[in-house]
Design a protein around this ligand. Sequence first.
Ligand SMILES: [Zn+2]
Length: 426
Amino acid sequence: MASLVIKNGRVIDPASGHDAIADVWLEDGVVRGVGNNLTSAGAEEFDAIGLIVAPGFIDMHVHLREPGFEHAETIESGARAAAAGGFTSICPMPNTSPVNDNATVTSYIIEKARRHAIVNVFPIGAITKGSAGDELAAIGSMVQAGAVAISDDGRPVMNARVMRRAMEFARSLNIPVIDHCEDLHLSAGGDMHEGLESVRLGLRGIPGCSEDVMVARDILLAEVTGAHYHVAHISARRSVEMVGFAKSRGLNVTAETTPHHFALADAHMLPYDSNYKMKPPLRSECDVGAVVTGVVNGSIDAIATDHAPHPGSEKMQEFEKCPFGIIGLETALGIALEQLVHPGKIGLRRLVEMFTTGPARILRLDRGTLAPGGPGDVTIFSTDREWTYDVNQSASKSRNSPFDGKTFRGGPVATVVGGSIVWRAA
Ligand SMILES: [Zn+2]
């Protein structure tokens, strides 16, 4: 099999604490070694001088839209967008059609990915049948088929009794329960964050408390059941504080946030531009500050994109009518560098951790490190190379990004999956 030596990059592997200039040698799909002056007869060499060489990034929250909405994205196109964003593994949420609420759909996704995806795909199964919130899905058989977590993402589990049962079940299977935290009674009819901006624009608001009350409820249920509870796309100040509090009590509670929730506030929205409409909504500056603080102090464990493709025909409607969500795989690293690393809020090691060991630990994936013998997944990126995001060049089938035309300092340079380069920057 092919052999690849990535030469002279700054290798940052948070799992081992390694941070030094070194070579990374990959062969037969696995990491053979990290060290100096590594060579292998007939190996391809990649010159990584001036670049960061990290374990392959994992995005634990994406929407690939297949089966059912292939006009918006497919497993194949979503995987290409992931590779272009430096991600080597992605976890698609189950809100497809049909919903991934049984082993047949889980197996279908895994098989499609095996044949067509250039990155690893680890599906997340539904908590309830049809993600309708009433009856538990076939969780055990989905996990057997390869699902790595359960979530009704796109919707919350409104019924606390159902959530309690799901947590009990998930605990026995040693998987996390991921909740999209939104009290639907509090958020009903809302299109953006409730605050001065929503009043100014005359749009109906989604209050921060619609997230907070669900996070509070779920933390209490996690304590009762002993389950591992994970908050998807955390965005509100009190929610971040509660996750920190739960951790200080020793509960198995984790959280992810998205690049747009630490990069943008409601005041940054272009009025009535649907590329700024997502759930949870862009919140106040105060919430954005709390999310950044959570990233810095460890309350938040992972950065996930919530990549949510929608075709132009659906997004180009009136703000109130268009669906929620933006694409995000290709811009995540650039935004994280700009918002967190360049201003000195976190160091590169912490950044890499949030994209690798963070999600790997949450999902119990044997990945996110360059330990010898492990999967040969590597993300090579720059911290200073300037590039401009052109959404029309995106590998995604959709174009709904508020970051189109934006120039970044630093971003992905090459993506290596199973020992082979699957993408490199033009
Ligand atoms: Zn969600």
